[in-house]
Design a protein around this ligand. Sequence first.
Ligand code: IPM
Ligand code: MN
Length: 346
Amino acid sequence: SRSINLAVIPGDGIGQEVVTEGLKVLSAVLPQDVKLETKEYDFGARRYHATGETLTDADLDALKGHDAILLGAIGDPSVPSGVLERGFLLKLRFAFDHHVNLRPSKLLPGVETPLKGQPEIDFVVVREGTEGPYTGNGGTIRKGTEHEVATEVSVNTAYGVERVVRDAFARAQARPRKKLTLVHKNNVLTFAGHLWTNVFNAVAAEYPEVSTEYIHVDAATIYLVTQPERFDVIVTDNLFGDIITDLAAAVSGGIGVAASGNINPSGEFPSMFEPVHGSAPDIAGQGKADPTATVLSVALLLRHLGRDDEATRIEDAVAADLADRVGGPARSTAEIGDALAVRVAG
Ligand code: IPM
Ligand code: MN
């Protein structure tokens, strides 16, 4: 299409700074005749303190009209833990059925890793985004007493598991190595584990070219550190995916470069793209935040909208910029954004 109608949610902390650079690079990469329209929304801590609202039905209606959503970061120490997480981030993922939470990890040349010997890291985690222990099913009895009991029920539906497993197989099929790993804990979480394993094996039969393996989540954390090159595409449940993608980010350049997409593949609702990092209030407003993760999230956004060329140009620009950083002086948020904007345009 000749236009992109983007919802922009800068959010809290460094969110505004990194989103500014993301949009700068987006404008620079788009051809002249593609019209970029943006509308900014003020969700986050300020809005919550002013109105008590996190994300209303009217907000969701407004967001529905966009082609995609770019988000900086949501969260502030002044808001009680869980309020914005449940009231905004998870509400948006559930309302817009963002069941594919896509988190690529690629260790680019020149980028530091805590791992020994610069291993080959190039995999993508397909994290289920709307089920598992994130659904808010549970409760507490005898709260505050020494006999308190708390349950947190993991919800796994055949429908929900199958659609995300299918998405992961399709992604694996499209990659050169064509390998898919199911990460779960089916030796202990036998009910959900069997559902995942059975669905995975059934869909595998339709993808004879994709090689498959199963790894328990605890073992997966070891392999992510000792043999990250063994992974190509990983599909996993919402909570396991949350945990292993932070580890994946840590070994492949850190959260400064970790991008994510909260995707509704059918396009029924707009997908949302955000850096994996949070709002980092400790460095907010100082121009110290690395906008690279947001810029790479913009690349995921473009690819989702079918703009592969522009997405690749952003990824190449980031790779070149990271390689150039080696040994160089620290640059500000805007300086990095400017350099990337120049590279993608040129
Ligand atoms: C993430 C975050 C969120 C999650 C929180 C903030 C709700 O950690 O995007 O990974 O757990 O999914
Ligand atoms: Mn997380």
